[in-house]
Design a protein around this ligand. Structure first.
Ligand SMILES: [Zn+2]
Length: 320
């Protein structure tokens, strides 16, 4: 079982970043997720390059998440996409002719821009993979001229929207593998989108399917984590894909530690390929305590499970 930690913090101060990565590494984590927003690579490419290099120097693999690109993905900063702002004609249009602030992924210009962005990151920064965080698609059926031309049967547009989202994610993953055959691809879904797992698992260039099992944020009983997680683990196993189950260790009030521990035990009990969580993420009543609890829980994963994965991994490497 591998451990992945989302690091949604500034890379400007190298000494602090170094200490943070050492702490993350000490939990047994092998990877971080860093989320980038469109303007960052333009404004502080040196910080980005140095920060991500620091992660790799600390033996942490780096997975880059494209925060709010085209307003299609989730991202730590709640800011709109520059691309969508500058290309209002790329927006999704609903059946009433109203525009929504999401770029339609069937627009060729949007796709080629996004492919170029990904290629730029893979070629110029130290990365081990790309992660697509909560891709938005089926919640609004698009009636734009491009979608209408691709799917002339109006009654089929809703299903077409979902099909074309899976195609779009498949193409993104294929684009990543063309640029760097060793780069890993991940799509992480919210529980309400778990119906897509089966179709995504059939994508040949997608390596990992994750789930944000955020019971508390979604006002569910903590016991639901097991059910959500199982639906990912079972499908990914059948398709020889990796599973990544996310612990909600943010937005925690005091007194919710027991639920945190319960969610973690349910996740680990499912034996996913990866368990994931956050480093000091938002809105905890006692941020230090939540991180200490997370650290303790991650360290409670039997070492032999972590060791077993490493052995298999090194054998695979030798076999190459
Ligand atoms: Zn459209």
């Amino acid at each position: 079982m591998d451990i992945t930690i989302a690091y949604f913090h500034s890379l400007h101060h190298p000494d602090i970043v170094k200490q943070d990565f050492e702490q993350i590494r000490a939990t047994g984590a092998g990877s971080i997720v860093y989320a980038i927003h469109e303007q960052e690579a333009q404004r502080w490419p040196r910080d980005l390059e140095r920060g991500l290099r620091q992660a790799q120097d600390a033996n942490l693999k780096v997975h880059l998440s494209l925060g709010r690109y085209g307003n299609l993905f989730a991202g730590p900063a709640f800011i709109p996409s520059w691309y969508t702002f500058h290309h209002p004609d790329s927006r999704v249009m609903d059946r009433h002719g109203r525009y929504h602030d999401i770029s339609c992924y069937n627009h060729e210009s949007f796709r080629s821009w996004l492919f170029k962005e990904i290629e730029h990151y893979l070629r110029n920064f130290p990365l081990n993979g790309i992660l697509f965080d909560e891709p938005r698609g089926p919640d609004v059926t698009c009636f734009c001229s491009v979608c209408r031309a691709l799917c002339p049967d109006v009654a089929d547009l809703q299903r077409f929207r979902l099909r074309s989202m899976v195609d779009f994610l498949g193409e993104l993953c294929a684009c990543i593998k063309r640029v760097d055959a060793h780069a890993k691809t991940t799509v992480v879904l919210l529980p309400q989108e778990l119906g897509q797992v089966e179709e995504l698992a059939a994508l040949p260039h997608l390596d990992t399917i994750g789930g944000h099992l955020f019971w508390q944020l979604l006002r569910e009983d903590v016991e639901i984590v097991e059910q959500w997680g199982r639906s990912i683990v079972e499908v990914t196993r059948r398709h020889q894909k990796r599973s990544q189950l996310w612990l909600q260790n943010f937005n925690m009030g005091n007194g919710e530690e027991q639920a945190l521990e319960s969610a973690f035990k349910q996740i680990v009990g499912l034996e996913p390929d990866e368990v994931a969580g956050y480093y000091y993420w938002r809105n905890n009543e006692d941020p230090c305590r939540v991180w200490q609890s997370t650290r303790g829980l991650l360290r409670s994963i039997p070492r032999r499970q972590l060791h077993w994965q490493k052995t298999v991994w090194s054998h695979r490497q030798e076999g190459k």
